[in-house]
Write a protein of this length. Structure first.
Length: 188
């Protein structure tokens, strides 16, 4: 089989067009359809308010988010408290705020996944079984997240807009994470 040779310029143009096409037309290269930030709500619905009132983690998010803690640190802090872990573990989330400080993957998404991993590691199970359990919960969280919001900060909150949309997503993420790790906490 011959090696495929393509000049660099042709490759860069082709790759750029594939990425552009995936964003415009939702081709298989795209992780999910593009969502405009206008679709995201800033205020909680009455049903969401009920969920938050029933979640000790979600009620605590406003104590941290925007109060010196990033999105990732906020969800990690309430998760650490829920799991009874030392608060200085917050530093594992410090590089994930603001979409890895590049407006990329949302910190509420990434720290939620970290919390799931931490809770799975606390289970009284063999490593292979705990990892399988973790994988299942991460997939459930991912599916839930993508039903609510885009993956990337740049699509969630554009420059100069209110952080209310982030606070809402953070509280909803805390509700979901508490639901997912709550069963793990009881089993540990």
């Amino acid at each position: 089989m011959k090696n495929l040779v393509m000049p660099r310029r042709k490759f860069v143009v082709s790759a750029s067009l594939m990425v552009l096409g995936s964003r415009l037309f939702g081709t298989p290269f795209s992780s999910q359809p593009y969502r405009d930030v206008q679709e995201l709500k800033e205020e909680l619905t009455s049903e969401e308010k009920k969920w938050i009132e029933e979640s000790s983690m979600a009620k605590k998010i406003p104590e941290y988010f925007g109060q010196g803690y990033s999105c990732a640190e906020s969800l990690m802090m309430v998760s650490l408290r829920c799991l009874g872990k030392p608060e200085d573990l917050i530093w594992v989330a410090s590089g994930f705020g603001g979409g890895l400080y590049h407006k990329d993957l949302c910190g509420f998404l990434t720290s939620g996944i970290m919390a799931i991993g931490l809770s799975a590691g606390m289970l009284n199970k063999e490593k292979k079984e705990a990892k399988e359990h973790c994988k299942h919960l991460v997939k459930e969280y991912w599916k839930w997240w993508t039903s609510y919001a885009p993956l990337h900060c740049c699509e969630i909150r554009k420059e100069g807009t209110s952080s209310k949309v982030c606070r809402r997503l953070g509280q909803l993420a805390a509700v979901k994470i508490e639901e997912l790790i709550g069963t793990d906490k009881a089993a540990a």
